[in-house]
Design a protein. Structure first.
Length: 421
């Protein structure tokens, strides 16, 4: 009998037949949703027989919602995600029009989904622009509710922009606005609470999965009171709340200053030997280079909203592209989670059978892991790798793989299902 997932004492309580609301999505959303669900259903059957199953419940958002209800995000959709806790969605197009912000951002803000989790791994057989893609195994924790993406903006020439400009100049003494008469303005809020809960989730994730490090990625060398504070709050958290389970680069530097480099190295080696998670930080532009040259040095990434947007797409490109890059938006304090295709709506190929359902399939595997159904998730990962190793792919990867077999969206899903053992 289907039931809702519950969240009690910080834990999900998952029935054998949980109801999972889903948004089909715009553009290729219709093409990839049904095949993805077939793969997830097959993996659950292979793992648990008839003892477990997902009960899919469609809810509306985007163009389909507007055509049927006259609104892009019906109240019933938000209520469904609130009632059932865990859901999944295809890509949504931001509607054109003044005052209409991204539907994806609206979902994240409304449910306070403060973690955007993007695991990046390579599947054998997938073409990559880097020499050793098998060394890439990173898990991005992108802060999802603050930073520039909070949406606090004032367009040049408007009354609010003029009042904001005058406040900065006359009340705050700001003298560095180069062209004040024609400037638009954006505000970058970065709170201690928002930063700490994001980095805490990243550290706990690393500890539970026995991953070696958490890298705090930031531009604190320039934005000292926002991104610099983000870094410092992260170190404070690790050293105060996770002292027995972590060793920070800040501690290393302090030991080096007081006792010398050899003692600092000895402390670092001892921490690694004890299985402690190493907490370090890297400037954003340096990290973009580091991740290409030394991907094995980084495991869990904790970063702010805008940085995370750039980093996620670069790392995805290193292992085959955004078409097979999964993602989730999670609130670990309330249990709310929405898993999603991380690519766009690609309306130019909608209905042609060219779309790659890989991102949504792998996001579905993340959903299974979130439910605690790890055996089913492993079936998805294993079958996906078998499919790629046989060079049976959709059009986005076909042109990059010598000797590959071109499959349609639906046929690709069927091939994955055949490879579930």
């Amino acid at each position: 009998m289907s039931k809702s997932i519950e969240f009690k004492n910080g834990q999900l309580i998952v029935p054998d037949q949980p109801v999972i609301p889903f948004i089909e999505g715009d553009g290729i959303g219709k093409d990839i949703t049904e095949p993805s669900q077939r793969v997830i259903n097959a993996a659950v059957r292979a793992a648990y027989g008839d003892s477990k199953k997902i009960v899919w419940k469609e809810v509306l958002a985007g163009k389909k919602a507007f055509e049927l209800t006259g609104t892009y995000m019906p109240d019933e959709t938000l209520e469904a995600f609130q009632n059932y806790l865990v859901g999944i969605k295809g890509p949504l197009e931001t509607p054109v029009g003044d005052g209409i912000r991204s539907l994806n951002v609206a979902l994240r803000q409304t449910l306070d989904l403060y973690v955007c989790l993007r695991p990046i791994r390579w599947f054998k057989g997938v073409p990559s622009p880097i020499r050793y893609p098998e060394l890439v195994d990173m898990h991005i924790f992108r802060e999802n509710t603050e930073d520039i993406y909070a949406g606090i903006e004032f367009m040049t020439g408007t009354e609010k922009a003029i009042r904001f400009r005058d406040f900065l100049i006359n009340e705050m003494g700001v003298e560095v606005i180069r062209f004040p008469e024609t400037s638009s303005f954006g505000v970058k809020p970065v709170s201690k609470e928002g930063s700490v809960r994001l980095i805490k989730a990243a550290i706990q994730y690393a500890i539970v999965r026995e991953l070696p490090s958490v890298t705090i990625v930031h531009k604190g060398n320039i934005m000292k009171f926002t991104e610099g504070a983000f870094k410092n709050w992260g170190y404070d958290l690790a050293e105060n709340e996770f002292a027995d389970q972590t060793f920070t680069w800040r501690q290393f530097q302090q030991i080096e200053k007081e006792l010398g480099k050899n003692e600092a190295k000895a402390s670092l080696y001892a921490a690694k030997a004890l299985g402690k998670v190493i907490i370090k930080d890297v400037i954003t532009d340096a990290f973009l280079q580091e991740s290409l040259l030394h991907p094995f040095d980084h495991s869990v990434i904790a970063t702010l909203n805008l940085n995370g947007d750039y980093i996620s797409d670069q790392l995805a490109a290193m292992v085959g592209g955004i078409g097979i890059s999964p993602g989730a938006n999670i609130n670990y304090n309330s249990g709310f989670a929405i898993f999603e295709a991380t690519h766009g709506t690609a309306p130019n190929i909608a209905g042609t059978g060219k779309a790659n359902p890989g991102s949504l399939i792998l996001s579905g595997a993340m959903l299974l892991e979130y439910l605690g159904w790890y055996e089913a998730a492993e079936h998805v990962y294993d079958a996906m790798e078998h499919t790629f190793s046989k060079r049976k792919v959709t059009s986005d990867l076909f042109s990059m793989m010598e000797g590959a077999t071109l499959l349609s969206t639906s046929d690709f899903a069927d091939e994955i299902i055949r490879n579930i053992h």
